[in-house]
Design a protein around this ligand. Structure first.
Ligand SMILES: *[C@@H]1O[C@H](CO)[C@@H](O)[C@H](O)[C@H]1NC(C)=O
Length: 226
């Protein structure tokens, strides 16, 4: 897999600056292998973000609004999230995500799982969703949310936002698209109209604001699937 390297270098620089400016999160994350929760959110952060990254807000919205007595936690996908050796970074994230989800499903058979990914993390969560998961784990994945997906593909039924009709840097095709679309009813993918990553736009700010814009919608979608 190849990415246009000039575009990636420009993005890397801009995102490094944005990452430096982003507030660090103080959220406590509960990792897999801790006690079983009723709902476990697996989070793949975006390129160059510190764990948990901007999606910490979404985890708070999902877990914060649970009915009394329902436990909820999150597992951060451990992977480099770098632009250097991008494909290796994504690949290691996919492997970690598949292992973590399968291990969680085996250890916690009554838990419902949610996958969420932003930017490079959306790329890897989409790929993980497409990969063959053990059936017992696959049926416990209730919702998949993607934001500013590197692999955003125009006009899919689960696309939301002004960029819904546009494709990103590495759109899915053929078996990669049909493999993801088996899970269409579980997926929501948000893309802003001028996001350089998911819609070939030219306004980086539109790549950085998803969780200010769509956290309530995404949390409501996730809860509707649990
Ligand atoms: C997506 O749908 C819009 C509206 O129907 C259309 O203008 C556009 O060409 C489509 N894009 C692709 C890549 O098919």
């Amino acid at each position: 897999m190849h990415t246009p390297s000039i575009l990636v270098s420009a993005l890397a620089l801009a995102l490094a600056q944005a990452a430096a400016a982003a507030p660090s999160s103080v959220l406590h994350r509960r990792q897999a292998n801790a006690e079983c929760t009723n709902v476990q959110v697996f989070v793949a952060r975006g390129s160059l973000e510190e764990i948990p990254g901007r999606q910490g807000k979404l985890v708070d919205a999902v877990c914060g609004g649970m009915p009394a007595g329902t436990t909820c936690g999150s597992t951060d996908i451990q992977y480099p999230a770098t632009f250097d050796a991008y494909c290796k970074s994504v690949g290691s994230g996919v492997s970690f995500a598949l292992r973590a989800v399968e291990a969680y499903a085996a250890a916690c058979p009554d838990s419902k799982m949610v996958l969420t990914g932003y930017s490079q993390g959306a790329h890897l969560m989409g790929d993980a969703t497409t990969a063959p998961l053990a059936a017992a784990a696959a049926k416990k994945v209730m919702a998949v949310t993607l934001f500013g997906d590197v692999r955003h593909t125009a006009n899919q039924t689960y696309n939301l936002g002004e960029g819904a009709g546009k494709s990103g840097i590495l759109p899915r095709k053929g078996a990669q698209l049909t493999g993801l679309n088996v899970h269409s009813d579980k997926i929501h993918s948000w893309c802003n109209g001028q996001d350089p990553v998911c819609s070939s736009g030219n306004d980086l700010d539109q790549h950085l604001t998803y969780f200010d814009q769509f956290t309530p919608d995404a949390a409501a979608f996730i809860k509707s699937k649990l």
